[in-house]
Design a protein around this ligand. Sequence first.
Ligand code: SAH
Ligand code: SF4
Length: 386
Amino acid sequence: MTATTVATTIATSATPDRVNLLGLTKAQLEQFFVDHGEKKFRAQQVLKWIHHAGVTDFAEMSNLGKALREKLEHIAEVRPPEIVSQHDSADGTRKWAIRVDGGGLVEAVLIPDRDRATLCVSSQVGCSLDCSFCSTGKQGFMRDLSAAEIIGQVWLAIKSFDAFQSGKGRVVTNVVMMGMGEPLLNFDNVVSAMNLMMEDLAYGISKRRVTLSTSGVVPALDKLAEVSEASLAISLHAPNDALRNELVPINRKYPIARLLESSRNYIAAQSDNKRVVTVEYTLIAGVNDQPDQARELAELLRDFPCKINLIPFNPFPQSDYQRPSGNAVSRFWQVLVDAGYIVTVRTTRGDDIDAACGQLVGQVVDRTRRSERYRNAGQNQVTEAG
Ligand code: SAH
Ligand code: SF4
């Protein structure tokens, strides 16, 4: 292992009653200024200072005027979350452990690949949905991240390369909401943060390069179509409901047919008609990696506008599942390719720093027992999707 570890602390602690401007969208920031008797256009200036220039200190926002800067110091702050540690892998992957208010830890990972670099972002501390192969799910749920804590991961990644305004080119070209948590169960904050990722006055990342991954919270996905243009990935992992019920418990509430229908509606609602859904399929040895299951999957997805991403299972200590052999992965891949699908296999990156996307480990205590409620709940279980 050639990883290096750097410990940094950028953030200061929260100041009660001050609004953290880091997580506000353009519309929200405009409202903030109007509410405080200021001109709307101040929002544009402040957005650029925060997200283009990486500035957190109002005193440095030179085009605001002294009186406004002083006023902002009293009523607002720009406070990114706190980096606990930063690890660099030999292959260029960089991973951060991030402490959020209240003491929880989440992780973000930047995975460079040729001319692009994908940041894998967390949306919750833990996750309540308890998928059988997921280390985050095994930790239970602690709380939702705020919009500032979500967009703060993008901010921190760029800051860590000292790349705001440095002319070093784009540090983050793509974002995937595939870190800890189920993004659709933290709907408003995730939508606001993705909005900032795509906003030209903030990060200006194209809507095709910001991807929300969901295990299938169908009502929230239906709602997402009304407010977001981000790309969509769905965590399928099984070719039929019987197996998916075991692997992804939320399937018992929203079975495959409903998830596929809702996903199809989501891309149909987008302004461009060339969109496809990314179908994620984690391959687990002897569980869902057999050629018959690949054929069943090919049949299931016939006529569904998608590409397929196969993810060999990443083992972790609390799980008895095994990663499939290279041969099993190839066989599965071949069946799908022969059936006419575009299929990618996720290569493991940052192995030496345990940085696999979707397998981010933090110390999470389930203080809310929400996981338990999800396991036992009836019809109303997903109302917190917003
Ligand atoms: N909650 C969302 C996003 C986070 S998980 C979702 O489930 O889609 C991101 C991806 O990593 C999902 O496709 C998830 O199924 C996958 N994943 C989780 N644990 C994994 C593991 N141990 N090995 C391989 N993939 C895993
Ligand atoms: Fe939650 Fe996604 Fe993990 Fe399932 S796979 S437990 S939805 S983070």
